[in-house]
Design a protein around this ligand. Structure first.
Ligand code: SF4
Length: 288
């Protein structure tokens, strides 16, 4: 039971994980453990619309629609349009595996940007990671199409080690004129295996100005920190009350923070930002 309704004033970025369904399975690293047989969760379209309204009221500048594959959600288009209507910028984190004309119409809106994951310049290696033959050609082709249409697109390369051609993939993307970042896989979801995910694998600034809502309405500091949920927006509960709760404060305090770290960039996410790239000597490696 929430006792307060006052929200932190610093929430700037909100990630909406609207589905666990995906055409791919990525068995080695998918933090959401998404796949073709997973569902869209228990949040209804009305729930998501309400949260988008509240995000705008709270001063959020950008929402991210992510999954799973967000374009598979039956109200994907309506949610993007609604977010734009209330003045939010929108990032769609998609696998870019199958897109329709209506998607491209959305993506060319000036307040919409795209992000995706890419694993290798070698099709067999990429398809082996996604476990979907043809995914390399489809994703690469849609990255090129996004560039051609003038859509802002960021590529995150998740490096699982073992000689993966991540550097070559980065060079390939850069040659296309795409912003690209490399992250190493975090021990969450499929990558955790039998391990219990640890807060030490997080950057140490999770939840600072950002939050993520999972398909069942639980609220987490970010998608990677999904094992640290603290409250839920299901049943008409306001996001403000979750973020202002003692439970949220306790969760945030449980994440090991790094001394001297700059504030988390608002749109830091699994594979978007340098700030979340542990292989770079920048600001945001895992705290451990
Ligand atoms: S494409 Fe993304 S959401 Fe889909 S299975 Fe792979 S990592 Fe998970």
């Amino acid at each position: 039971m929430m006792t307060t309704t006052e929200a932190p004033t610093t929430l700037r970025f909100l990630s909406l994980e609207i589905t666990a369904r995906c055409q791919l399975t990525c068995p080695s690293h998918c933090y959401a453990q998404a796949g073709p047989t997973r569902g869209h969760g228990s949040m209804t379209a009305d729930d998501w619309h309400r949260i988008i309204d509240e995000a705008a009221e709270l001063g959020v500048r950008k929402v991210q629609l992510i999954g799973g594959e967000p374009t598979l959600h039956p109200d994907f288009t309506g949610l993007v349009e609604h977010a734009l209507r209330v003045g939010l910028r929108v990032r769609v984190y998609s696998n870019l595996y199958r897109l329709r004309d209506e998607h491209w119409r959305l993506f060319t809106h000036p307040q919409v940007s795209l992000a995706t994951s890419y694993y290798s310049d070698d099709a067999d290696e990429h398809d082996g990671i996604t476990r979907r033959r043809g995914s390399h050609a489809a994703t690469r082709g849609n990255i090129i199409e996004a560039v051609r249409r003038g859509v802002e697109v960021t590529v995150g390369i998740v490096d699982m080690g073992g000689g993966q051609r991540a550097r070559r993939a980065r060079a390939e993307m850069r040659a296309l004129g795409v912003e690209v970042h490399v992250d190493r896989v975090r021990a969450v979801g499929n990558a955790a295996g039998a391990e219990v995910p640890s807060a030490a694998s997080l950057c140490g600034r999770c939840g600072d100005g950002k939050a993520a809502i999972l398909p069942d309405g639980r609220v987490a500091p970010c998608e990677i920190g999904r094992f640290l949920t603290a409250g839920s927006v299901k049943g008409g509960v306001s996001l403000a009350s979750v973020l202002a709760s003692d439970r949220w404060a306790d969760m945030a305090a449980s994440i090991p923070h790094r001394a001297g770290a700059a504030p988390c960039p608002p749109d830091c996410n699994p594979s978007h930002s340098d700030s979340c790239a542990p292989d770079k000597n920048t600001t945001c490696p895992p705290a451990s």
